[in-house]
Design a protein around this ligand. Structure first.
Ligand code: 6PG
Length: 253
């Protein structure tokens, strides 16, 4: 692994979710101690559901100071917040309605708005106003950005072949996903890369090829969006055995 990158291979999605939950608690404790609050961008899709349910239950819930937790989203589908495809709805059902986070600390992307560009600009303003910077008046700095990984190597809604991959100024942009003909709103590399911690969660046999392609590669030139990450902080991969199947020794060596 590259310097500053960690690979954790876990037996199954439950163990993966528990490992990411423990990482969340550790990063959050450090953020609260040093900066008085914890700012996290949630991933969408299906992989994080188990993590969010875990964070909303038992020890993980009871050992989290939700009153100083600030929730954001790494991306959102351009659908209403009660739509079954909404990342906000998924997070609400699995986590947000079960823990005591002040409503003003949950920052939803208003991706249902007709003017997607205005919605992206408004969300970038929220990040500028709510997130601490990294101290050098740089971009706003998340304590933790949670990401999943698509089989095509996308992260958030930074899909292959989209202009969003080349965005170096705006923190949030609308993205048209040609493969589905749908629109999304996504954080961009300028804000993802400056996060203190990035955690990529990947589970299942269907992701074994892309995990192998990305983590086994010695290419200098990025082929997939996830390879365009240039994290200033620490990047941790949390991969279950099924997704790690193409790594040398299953990723355990
Ligand atoms: C989304 C996510 C997206 C997701 C990957 C993996 O809105 O769908 O932001 O980047 O993390 O597509 O999705 P799964 O976890 O469902 O495999």
């Amino acid at each position: 692994m590259r310097t500053g990158h960690d690979l954790h291979v876990l037996d199954d999605p439950d163990a993966l979710s528990r490992a990411v939950a423990a990482h969340w608690l550790s990063v959050a404790d450090d953020a609260r101690t040093n900066r008085g609050g914890f700012h996290v961008a949630l991933a969408g899709g299906s992989t994080p559901r188990m993590l969010y349910e875990l964070m909303a239950s038992g020890d993980f819930r009871d050992n989290t100071d939700w009153r100083t937790t600030h929730i954001y989203f790494g991306d959102e589908r351009c659908v209403p917040p009660d739509h079954h495809d909404s990342n906000y709805r998924m997070a609400l059902e699995t986590l947000l309605r079960h823990v005591d986070i002040p409503a003003g600390q949950i920052h939803r992307i208003e991706a249902e708005r007709t003017d997607r560009d205005a919605a992206a600009r408004d969300y970038a303003q929220i990040l500028e106003h709510r997130l601490p910077t990294s101290g050098d008046r740089g971009p706003p700095c998340f304590d933790l950005v949670l990401l999943g990984l698509g089989a095509d190597g996308h992260i958030a809604s930074l899909f292959p072949g989209t202009d969003a991959l080349d965005e170096r100024r705006r923190l949030v942009v609308p993205v048209r996903v040609d493969s589905t003909g749908t629109w999304r709103i996504s954080l961009t590399f300028p804000v993802i890369n400056v996060a203190r911690h990035i955690a990529i969660m990947v589970a299942g046999e269907a992701k074994a090829d892309i995990v192998g392609e990305v983590l086994n590669n010695s290419r200098d030139e990025p082929r997939y969006p996830v390879e365009c990450l240039a994290p200033r902080g620490r990047l941790a991969w949390f991969v279950d055995r099924a997704a790690a199947a193409r790594l040398p020794g299953g990723g355990l060596t």
